[in-house]
Write a protein that binds this ligand. Structure first.
Ligand code: NAP
Length: 232
């Protein structure tokens, strides 16, 4: 990947995805960003509303992104459903399916459209935004954690199958005060009947450098890895 580069960011109306999209555009890179809620375009950033659980809408989003960018050097998948907080045995299968549809299948859909473009271009960097909850049981987040575990393993398989093509695939876990973090905290407090005992998470800006690095040529030998941007 050369600099400046062209990046698609999915799940970018708020939180980490929005912050990364604005950061990359502000530092000279071309960005196509999307999520369900509308947001304005910005200099070097085209924003396209898309529901990533809708296969046809995702295909249109991917095609529009490739036409606008010409070449896609990076894909960052940030979308996640914050709504499934509950005891593991009380979350029903429809809830699991909804969470998997956003966290895993949206990424599968986008990769299906964008990997062939990256193959033609001879390389690229793909980041799936994962979570510590993929590997550590987090109380009341069974559906979220199971979906992130599936996403992480899919990303590893993708990395393995794309080795030698110049396309790198990594999973990046973040820890940041965002809408999702606040929704999880409020829902857990309501279920437990007491506020969260944990201190606030770091600012979202603290998670950006690792994403910028994974997208850059400095990380050209890094693939198939899971990294965590967390407060030490
Ligand atoms: N915050 C943390 O501490 C933390 C920790 C570990 C992992 N993560 C991960 O970081 C990523 C970003 O989350 P965040 O913390 O920045 O929370 P956030 O602000 O709630 O961002 C989630 C994004 O996903 C989008 N999204 C949800 N459903 C979608 C759909 N069906 N189609 C398209 N976009 C959809 C949302 O936009 P719309 O609602 O507009 O569609 C939003 O832009 C997520 O993958 C999350 O699991 C966060």
């Amino acid at each position: 990947m050369t600099s400046p580069y062209s990046v698609v960011i999915a799940g970018a109306s708020s939180g980490f995805g929005a912050a990364l999209a604005h950061d990359l555009a502000a530092t000279g890179h071309q960005v196509v960003a999307g999520a369900r809620r509308p947001r304005p375009d910005a200099l070097r950033m085209r924003y396209v509303p898309v529901d990533l659980t809708d296969g046809e809408a995702t295909a249109r989003f991917a095609q529009g992104a490739t036409e606008h960018l010409g070449q896609v050097d990076g894909l960052v998948y940030c979308a996640a459903d914050p709504g499934a907080v509950g005891r593991a045995w009380q979350l029903d299968a429809d809830t699991f399916a909804r969470v998997l549809n956003v966290s895993l299948l949206g990424f599968v859909r986008l990769a299906g459209h964008l990997v062939p473009h990256m193959q033609q271009a001879g390389g690229g960097s793909i980041i799936a935004v994962g979570s510590q909850a993929a590997r550590t049981p987090v109380d009341l987040l069974a559906a979220y954690g199971a979906a992130k575990a599936a996403l992480e393993q899919y990303a590893r398989c993708l990395a393995e199958e794309l080795s030698g093509t110049g396309i790198r695939v990594n999973t990046l876990g973040i820890a940041a005060e965002t809408e999702l973090a606040a929704t999880h905290r409020a829902a857990k407090a309501a279920l437990r009947g007491r506020p969260s005992p944990h201190p606030p998470l770091p600012a979202v800006a603290d998670s950006l450098p690792l994403a910028r690095w994974l997208l850059s040529t400095e990380a050209r030998h890094v693939t198939g890895q899971t990294l965590e941007a967390r407060r030490p």
